[in-house]
Design a protein around this ligand. Sequence first.
Ligand code: CA
Length: 440
Amino acid sequence: MIDETHDPGRTSWVEYANGHNAFPIQNLPHGVFSQNGGAPRGGIAIGYKIFDISAALEAGLFSGAALEAAQSASGRSLNAWMECGAGARRALRRRVGELLDSKGTDAGQLQGIAKQLLHDAADCTMHLPARVGDFTDFFAGIHHARTAGTISRPENPLMPNYKYVPVAYHSRASSVRPSGGTVRRPNGQRKPPEQASPDFGPCRDLDYELELGVWVGPGNELGTPIPIAEASSHTAGFCLLNDWSARDVQSWESQPLGPFLAKSLSTFVSPWIITTDALAPFRMAQPPRPAGDPAPLPHLNDPADQATGCFNIDFEVLLLTPKMRSAGTAPHVMSRSKASDLYWTVAQMVAHHTSNGCNLQAGDLFGSGTVSGTEPGSAGCLLEMTRGGRNPVTLSNGETRTWLQDGDEVIFLGQARRSGYLSIGFGECRGTVTEALKLT
Ligand code: CA
């Protein structure tokens, strides 16, 4: 639903929010922050500032449905805000937009208490925005699926189920972390083809996967599927997600039950939840399936979803090596891809996930699967870029990479665009690889 919160002409009285590429007043993403070692609490990004929802509650700035949603969004995790439903979340978004609007009726009074309401984001620490009950990782990037399949099964890259089933596996919730930290290179079982038996040691083929993350809103009762037409009211928002992957561990351990320790080492998410409401103007038609592909089965096929279930989001992957960091050079652009490179919509993922009656819960997290395009420079992971480690990538400073090295920092960016609307961004999802634990 498009309303005044998406008006591209709306400006904020918050300094430097206007023209901010990620967090202008049209975005208003939710997150959890802390200051000076204090208790984590809910906030909303506006420009370079964080709007403190607890302080706004103390100042009595909310009433009705917006008050209920603000209370649920003020604590150390946003599960209750996700649970409270689309109507209350939208009421809060409209009220915060009105409070921060430079032409808002309360703008003068609010500027007087701006010190309590707004904090410099640079002085705050961001936290995981919710307690993740379950984390499901899909495989909806068809170009990734085909290229990855070609590397291991050249004769049959896409399995016969791919165009019928939004393939996924249950990944690990406990190791999901917010952007900005380090990921330790895991130790694991490795068995390169030339080795007769496996050994245990530091992963040699460490990779990232660029994915769109989905935060689930209100869940469903066990035994009661979510029809596809209702699926979008069960998503609270979106983030960038890095599914760190230990490829050598993965190729040995995955048969026949799928990924396990190669993926559970950790998953990073960008800390701001870009709400489903904020992304409303950026909805677009799901690109038509190529001629000859089967139509989705009826429970995954909704005309409204096909017309508006995709999002116009551009992604970028950057790599900053230790050499670049010490030389002060800009990170290397590894790839650019877009959400329309996904074969399945988010609504199809929700409908499929619950089609057997499985219950989703507020705060569950989905990964879309690696988002890769077909053009050169659009592969969302090193596995594809290097064709399974065979062709090293040359970086802008002349270094090469086959897989990630210790000290490498991977940075994801996302930007939603549509002509006639102000572009909004996701902020960053970044993480740095550190050396493996020494084996004794
Ligand atoms: Ca993945």
